[in-house]
Write a protein that binds this ligand. Structure first.
Ligand code: CO8
Length: 253
């Protein structure tokens, strides 16, 4: 696959890596990138050779947000049309396979929102997360207000969204935004190792687990428990469950 704004790599069996590649603009998310991201994810969704996807940027920046050059002076109606044409957001939110986001440097605005839509977020020491849209007279528009508030709580979310307060990797880790803080030289290898493990696991169980955790972020406990029950039961009819439990009892796993 050839793209103008993305590089696609296969760093390990079952793993596809999407590298945001607009180095001169700190990987700012322009409309081309957001369409190409949708095309790449839609391809990987149906590619049986891919079990997990890594999304990453460069050493300096994951992404500096939406491309301000495309937003300056546009109307609300034009922004709505741009959002609807940006298929990458929808493709990521409906992607059923596991996604690992490896953030080096800065993840700002839409770049942070993109990272927040991935399943597992890894960051380098020194990585910076912020929602600075207020400095441009707007607010986050790709889920930032909702996802950040649910993860870090109201007061700090208010500081980030109303006052542009940044979180560095350690604080982002303490507040549950990232699951691991890693040396810059090691983050990519660790992301590949993690994605390889995910890709090697029973795919239907991994997808069901992902769907359930995502449901937890957007439902009441009762709705989530029902969703979990409905995801849990059918897994007993899968070959993986039968074989893996038998292998456990036979001590051959
Ligand atoms: N958009 C466009 N260009 C950018 C962006 C951006 N977000 N960020 C950096 N650039 C460009 C600069 O214009 C500059 O270009 P040039 O060399 O042609 O002048 C180049 O990248 C280098 O930038 P700087 O000279 O500013 O470099 P610094 O090292 O001094 O600063 C920063 C780097 C900190 C990244 C700084 O550029 C900055 O603050 N960028 C803006 C960050 C920001 O405000 N992000 C939020 C954008 S709004 C948003 O994301 C809303 C999301 C809504 C999603 C909606 C759903 C579709």
């Amino acid at each position: 696959m050839q793209f103008e704004t993305l590089l696609i790599e296969t760093p390990a069996k079952g793993v596809a890596l999407i590298r945001l590649n607009r180095p001169r603009q700190y990987n700012a998310l322009n409309s081309t990138l957001l369409v190409e991201l949708g095309d790449a994810l839609n391809h990987f969704e149906t590619d049986d050779a891919v079990g997990a996807v890594i999304i990453t940027g460069s050493d300096k920046a994951f992404a500096a947000g939406a491309d301000i050059a495309e937003m300056v002076g546009i109307s609300g109606q034009q922004m709505l049309e741009m959002v609807e044409a940006s298929t990458g957001w929808r493709a990521l939110s409906t992607f059923t396979k596991p996604t690992v986001c490896a953030v080096s440097g800065m993840a700002l605005g839409g770049g942070f929102e993109l990272a927040l839509q991935c399943d597992i977020l890894l960051a380098t020491k020194g990585a910076k997360f912020a929602l600075p849209e207020v400095n441009l007279g707007v607010i986050p528009g790709a889920g930032g207000t909702q996802r950040v508030a649910r993860i870090i709580g109201k007061s700090l979310a208010m500081e980030m969204i109303m006052n542009g307060r940044a979180l560095f990797a350690e604080e982002a880790h303490q507040r549950g935004i990232v699951s691991r803080v890693i040396e810059p030289t090691e983050i990519e290898a660790e992301a590949v190792q993690l994605a390889s493990e995910l890709a090697s696991r029973a795919p239907l169980a991994v997808r069901a687990g992902k769907a359930c955790v995502n449901k937890a972020m957007s439902s009441t406990l009762e709705e989530g428990l029902l969703f979990e029950r409905n995801a849990f039961i059918p897994l007993f009819d899968t070959e993986d469950a039968k074989q893996m439990m038998t292998a456990f009892l036979n001590k051959s796993n």
